[in-house]
Design a protein around this ligand. Structure first.
Ligand code: SAH
Ligand code: SF4
Length: 382
């Protein structure tokens, strides 16, 4: 339901929910499938375009319902083919969606919240504070908009988007129901028909929600680890104080075990110069992940203003990768894409109307720290 029109937005409804809607209207359930194909396969937002739906029902639908994606504020295309959309959601904030074409795949990075309450120390989204959860329509709407922009209809046949990662703005597990509904639509054949192995939810580690996730879906899981011990992880990912590694890793292992054969946890590890990129950290990680079927994805830090962190040298990145690789792990280094349009991991800022006022506090504190550094140049800047 959107606040402005009082009409039900059909964009975010899963098949069972849309069937229930049609039953309530006194219509047959099979109408749900017809309408879903129009919405998701053909990108239609006007009931009159639904040629296999009779006029009387179309009129009924127009009176009660709508198909409304978030408003597109801008669309940028990078010279490497990466695309970025800024979309405005109902709360008034803007979030970002990024499309990354690579090696025959097209990965869409989708946002789940406007801002984020979790405040990881190296993440620009976290520094924006938190404004709102996105609705299921606003989450799947990002896929709908991207898909339409490629003109690939029907979406299932000529695919531009082969993979979706919930790695945009926000912590998806803190907007559980809407994210699960949107991911269900991504995988549904009446939606985007993407395989469960190619829809990935990335979390900083909300343990009870990882357990809950395993009961309702079987998407791929990525864990934002970033540190191999609690002391360091408490500093980088404050949520670790609530759910430390001793409970987090077993929760992830259980989730992966529930998926069955040949499924892996993706470990994301943002490399921060002199903070978590030392050989000792690699060695601790090798021990920590012994029991976890995983692939490791190293993300060299993407800088943003006043972050206080730096990207390690290529040599340091290679050294870290080699240590893990030599211990038998499958390790990739994420290449930075779409830098010219600020579309890289951790650079997504949107335009969050911060309800927590964290962004103001953050900027004030960083400015103060930088002024002090100027006065005493010998101070260690980290
Ligand atoms: N909130 C979720 C998903 C969004 S962030 C999560 O934390 O997993 C997607 C990934 O980008 C996470 O692994 C996050 O830690 C990483 N990231 C955030 N800021 C970054 C930066 N400045 N440079 C590189 N990676 C960053
Ligand atoms: Fe939120 Fe993820 Fe950024 Fe942490 S890394 S602040 S959980 S978006």
């Amino acid at each position: 339901m959107t606040e402005t029109t009082g009409k039900i937005n059909l964009l975010g409804l899963t098949q069972p929910k849309l069937e229930a809607f049609f039953e309530e209207l006194g219509e047959k359930r099979f109408r749900a499938g017809q309408v879903m194909k129009w919405i998701h396969h053909f990108g239609v937002d006007n009931f009159d375009d639904m040629t296999n739906v009779g006029k009387a029902l179309r009129d009924k639908l127009k009176a009660r319902a709508e198909i409304r994606g978030p408003e597109v504020v801008s669309e940028d295309i990078s010279k490497d083919g990466t695309r970025k959309w800024v979309v405005r959601v109902a709360s008034g904030s803007c979030v970002e969606t990024v499309y990354i074409p690579q090696n025959g795949r097209g990965t869409l990075c989708v946002s789940s919240q406007a801002g984020c309450a979790l405040d990881c120390s190296f993440c620009s989204t976290g520094k924006q504070g938190f404004n709102s959860d996105l609705t299921a329509a606003e989450i799947i709407g990002q896929v709908w908009i991207a898909n339409k922009s490629f003109g690939t209809v029907p979406a299932k046949v000529d695919r531009a988007i082969t993979n979706v990662v919930m790695m945009g703005m926000g912590e998806p597990l803190l907007n559980f129901d809407n994210v699960v509904d949107a991911m269900t639509l991504m995988m549904d054949d009446l939606g985007y028909g993407i395989s469960k192995r190619k829809v990935t939810l990335s979390t900083s580690g909300v343990v009870p929600m990882i357990e809950k996730l395993g009961k309702v879906t079987d998407v791929a899981l990525a864990l934002s680890l970033h540190a191999p011990n609690d002391e360091l992880r408490n500093q980088l990912v404050p949520l670790n104080k609530k759910y430390p590694l001793a409970v987090l890793l077993p929760a992830c292992n259980n989730y992966i075990a529930g998926l069955g054969e040949k499924r892996y946890l993706t470990i994301e590890y943002t490399l921060l110069k002199d903070v978590n990129d030392q050989p000792e950290h690699a060695r601790q990680m090798i021990e920590l992940l012994r029991e976890t079927p995983c692939k490791i994805n190293l993300i060299p830090f993407n800088p943003f203003p006043h972050s206080g962190y730096e990207r390690p040298s290529n040599n340091a990145i290679r050294r870290f990768q080699d240590l893990l690789h030599n211990a038998g792990y499958n390790v990739t280094v994420r290449t930075t894409r779409g830098e010219d349009i600020d579309a890289a991991c951790g650079q997504l800022v949107g335009q969050v109307m911060d309800r927590t006022r964290r962004s103001e506090r953050y900027i004030a504190v960083r400015q103060l720290a930088e002024e002090q550094v100027e006065i005493t140049p010998s101070t260690n800047r980290r």
